[in-house]
Write a protein that binds this ligand. Structure first.
Ligand code: GAL
Length: 712
């Protein structure tokens, strides 16, 4: 998955459980100081946020009225606009022109359509970069980029920051009292580029100084005794730019990732502060990228009123025309929800047509998929879906990136489906209001671990996100909702926590996991856990380091799978079942744990590979390898779910997803069929179809690529 998204980003930048086991609803984990969750539906005047991304600046004014009529007819009540219109809003330095945008807003508002305006910092105008060429980022060879493309700026450049402050201030002043402007999206898909110029080096050095206070502390934390890289002045600290052999101290690199994430947040906060000061009352968001991991979204999002993200299933699905990989977007939705304390969110760019750039193609999907993906978002907690884009562009790099309409504005099949969905979400508002996904299972995602694996990627074939998917996908096959939690999150409301490859640990997360297991939870740990402290320095405790007591095992040796062909491995369950295993083989010596599986090959045949330990009132599983069979995960998790007392809900047929939202005394059950065949799901008694009103008896029938929303 990572590689898929990265593939896209590379392409785009070079030319870029159980059906939550029917348990009582719980409130999202909140401390007394957590503000009330942002109510997206109330914010949007009591309507589900249903929108399109609209670029009126690229079309003749004479088309706006027709557009607004067609949008209104399709149930659209929301647009995002202007995030790439800096040159149009500020054609020359300091001369702002919002007349065209006022005009577009007037037309849209007259049709009941309100807007979020994007601050346009993702694409600085040509005149600005011509005047200040050093706004362009510098690559890791020390070469500055030149004008073109987007997301091409150095976020520490003072000329750029001043110009951004200028345009954001002007927008805020102009729209602060505009009733048709609901809020702001800051920038567009923040997360790069890394810039290696002297301003950025100085900013990193300043970040280190703030964090560590003294050079002695930096040298100690990073272990700069290695290769004699001891720093005697702050100005000596390098960026992780290209070096001979391409290597840097992993501790420096991990801090660089943190710096970059913090600097991105500072850039966002700089804009948010202006908007909040001048235009209080308008909500602030940012369109994020789900599994994209350059940014710690859980930190970034404390500065936002609500989370929004861009969901493009047909570029995340390994570029195959297989619509049944629903877990990729599912995990994206759940991670985005978890990045702001399980609050509801908006999909700011939902795939609305075939993806395609100059030299990059995704896959076309049957029109029904555009409805299915909207329902998937809702099932995972979205209270808003906005399709990218209203109409395919006639110009530029995205001429092949289809909107809902194509360039000819013909009301095509996608428009028909979007219209049908618009009508349905309007009718479902009462059913959805006051509900949210509720889960008893949490998947712990660690930004530090993800970054540390980028720095030291283990072996070819290791993919942290794939680790997540091994467990996540199995939970969904069991019909379970899953919450994603970040290391600082509160685990107390969960019965099961899965923390794959927790490579980098802090004392706080070790304490939290220990309390969780002690208190009766079931914890799953996997290979390469408890290896590095928060400075990315190897522990000197026997692995899995501070997690060893929890897991009840010691690791005195391990075997990375360098060459899968000559190093095939398998695990043998105590019941005799064999599964292939890959990537990494921790050779476990149980202390207090019992072995659930042993290795079947090599010099450590018979050594424990998977264990279970009683810990306090709970249990801790340690999976020392990556079994390469869904059946392993299904079997393991079935047992853990049962042990946790989580009653099974309906089991989805292959290619069908089940998800629930609960609250206000209701359970809303979503059945989502990603297959091109009819499907039947046993749902038991008591549900009614939220759209048709019909009662279900026993089973629900799903058409090809169909959806059922059931409620009781
Ligand atoms: C997104 C981006 C949009 C548009 C879309 C299709 O990543 O936010 O502006 O470019 O991809 O390429």
């Amino acid at each position: 998955m990572k590689s898929r998204r990265l593939f896209l980003l590379a392409a785009l930048s070079t030319l870029l459980i159980l059906f939550p086991a029917l348990m009582p609803a719980r409130a999202p984990a909140q401390s007394a100081s957590t503000p009330k969750p942002f109510d997206l539906i109330a914010w949007n005047g009591g309507q589900f946020v249903y929108g399109v991304d609209y670029y009126p600046e690229a079309w003749d004014e004479s088309q706006w009225e027709k557009d607004a009529e067609m949008m209104q007819a399709a149930g659209i009540n929301f647009v995002r606009m202007a995030e790439f219109a800096w040159a149009k809003m500020e054609p020359t330095e300091g001369r702002y022109d919002f007349a065209w945008l006022d005009g577009a807003l007037k037309v849209l508002n007259a049709h009941g359509i309100k807007a979020v305006l994007g601050t346009p910092s993702a694409s600085p105008p040509a005149w600005l970069m011509a005047k200040y060429p050093d706004i362009a980022a510098m690559n890791d060879q020390g070469v500055r980029y030149r004008y073109g493309s987007r997301r091409n700026y150095c976020m520490n450049n003072p000329h750029f920051l001043a110009a951004v402050q200028g345009i954001v201030t002007a927008m805020a002043e102009h729209y602060k009292n505009h009733p048709g402007v609901l809020g702001w999206q800051i920038d567009n898909e923040l997360g790069g580029p890394d810039c290696y110029d002297s301003l950025c080096q100085a900013a990193f050095q300043k970040w280190c100084r703030t964090k560590y206070g003294s050079l002695d502390a930096v040298n100690k934390a990073w272990g700069t005794i290695f290769w004699g890289h001891t720093y005697s002045a702050w100005s000596q600290i390098p960026l992780p730019w290209n070096t001979l052999y391409g290597v840097h101290n992993p501790s420096l690199e991990l801090d660089y990732h943190r710096y970059f994430s913090d600097a991105t947040r500072d850039f966002l906060v700089m804009q948010a502060d202006i908007l909040r000061r001048i235009a209080p009352g308008k909500a602030i968001t940012h369109n994020e990228m789900g599994m994209f991991d350059n940014i710690d979204y859980s930190h970034l999002n404390t500065a936002l009123d609500f989370v929004a993200w861009d969901n493009y299933p047909m570029i995340d699905h390994n570029l195959t025309r297989n619509f049944t990989h629903y877990e990729d977007s599912g995990l994206g939705h759940d991670l985005m929800r978890g990045s702001k304390n399980q609050q509801s969110f908006v999909v700011m760019e939902e795939e609305g047509g075939l993806p395609g750039w100059n030299t990059f193609w995704g896959h076309q999907a049957p029109p029904e998929m555009y409805r299915l993906w909207a329902y998937q978002a809702i099932a995972h907690g979205a209270d808003g879906v906005c399709y990218f884009r209203w109409r395919t562009s006639r110009y530029g790099t995205e001429q092949y990136w289809q909107g809902v309409l194509d360039q000819d504005s013909y009301p095509n099949a996608r428009y028909g489906i979007v219209k049908q969905t618009g009508d349905e979400v309007k009718r479902l508002k009462g059913v959805l209001a006051g509900t949210q996904p509720v889960s008893q299972v949490a998947l712990l995602v660690s930004p530090d671990a993800r970054w540390a694996f980028h720095i030291q990627p283990l072996v070819n074939g290791f993919d942290y996100n794939e680790q997540l998917h091994r467990y996540y996908d199995s939970l969904r096959r069991h019909g379970a909702n899953v919450d994603v939690v970040f290391p600082q999150g509160d685990l107390s409301s969960y019965k099961i926590v899965i923390a794959p490859s927790l490579f980098v640990f802090t004392p706080e997360v070790v304490r939290e996991l220990t309390d969780f297991a002690d208190g009766g939870g079931a914890l799953v740990l996997t290979y390469r856990s408890g290896v590095k402290d928060e400075h990315n320095v190897f522990t000197d405790e026997t692995l899995p380091g501070p997690l060893a007591k929890l897991a009840g095992v010691a690791i005195h040796d391990y075997d990375p799978q360098i060459d899968p062909a000559s190093q095939q491995q398998e695990i043998v369950m105590t019941g005799g079942q064999r599964y292939p295993a890959k990537v990494w083989f921790d050779i476990l010596t149980p202390a207090t744990a019992e072995a659930l599986a042993t290795y079947g090959k090599g010099y450590y045949t018979g050594s424990a590979a998977v264990t279970r330990n009683n810990m306090g009132k709970g249990s801790v599983y340690y999976v020392g390898t990556e079994p390469d069979s869904p059946a392993f995960y299904d079997g393991l998790l079935a047992g853990i779910l049962q042990g946790a007392g989580i009653a099974p809900g309906p089991t989805p047929p292959e290619g069908v997803e089940i998800a629930t939202r609960e609250g206000s005394g209701r359970t809303v059950l979503f059945l989502l069929n990603y297959t091109a065949s009819k499907q039947s799901v046993g749902v038991g008694q008591g549900y009614r179809d939220a759209l048709s009103g019909a009662s279900t008896s026993g089973s629900a029938e799903l058409p090809e690529f169909g959806v059922k929303v059931l409620v009781k």
